[in-house]
Design a protein around this ligand. Sequence first.
Ligand SMILES: *Cc1c(COP(=O)(O)O)cnc(C)c1O
Length: 240
Amino acid sequence: MRNLTITRVQEIEDNLTTVRARMDAAAGRAGRTPDAVTLVAVSKTHPMADIEAAYGAGQRDFGENRLDEFWEKVEAAKARGLNEIRWHFIGTFQSRQTSQGVAPFALLHAVDRVKIANRLNRDAGEADCVLQVLLEINVSGEESKHGFAPAAVKQALPMLLGLPNLRINGLMTMAPFVADEARLHAVFSALRRTRDELQQMAPDADLRQLSMGMTNDYEAAIAEGATLVRIGSAIFGARD
Ligand SMILES: *Cc1c(COP(=O)(O)O)cnc(C)c1O
């Protein structure tokens, strides 16, 4: 490993071990198997050497939320031979940026409005590819949060499922930043119920993915059915 002390590598490995153990325990308590939940290591703002340390510990799914940083890291990962990374884009798009979403992402987690979905579909069509996406839902209704209101996504779903160059895999949400366990569970179970309702409306679609849970709330999210958790600080430490 370049540029990294042994202690930093060890720290990231230890953090990953702890997070994975807590994820497995949370899945077990909910009667789910450990492989039902994928850990996306949110590496935004952290250097490539940190990603390499996590990769060395077996981590393959990484999340970024800025396109310029993402592209830098894609190039750096190639140069370092980290060829098995699955990149997740967890940020939202400005309308002028959607062409940059047609990129080597395994999954775009945060398609937050119809206009962005249409533009991503158009740009993916021009590039002759299909993007795997989640719809971000603003479950808590906080004004500061991105995403479709649950009622609005029901209305938009038929149109969204008809976009030929987007494949909707499920839903994503960000819980409010609170310590109140009951409130967190309520938000996560509401996302799952919204997904279940959409799945009933569109039985031919495959909406199995629920991206929910971060450092402070991933165990509650797993209890409520998360299939993807997006965890940064618990693995890489605090961001500046
Ligand atoms: C930064 C970020 C995360 C990770 O947050 P932590 O609290 O550090 O785990 C998860 N999801 C999104 C959308 C983010 O922007």
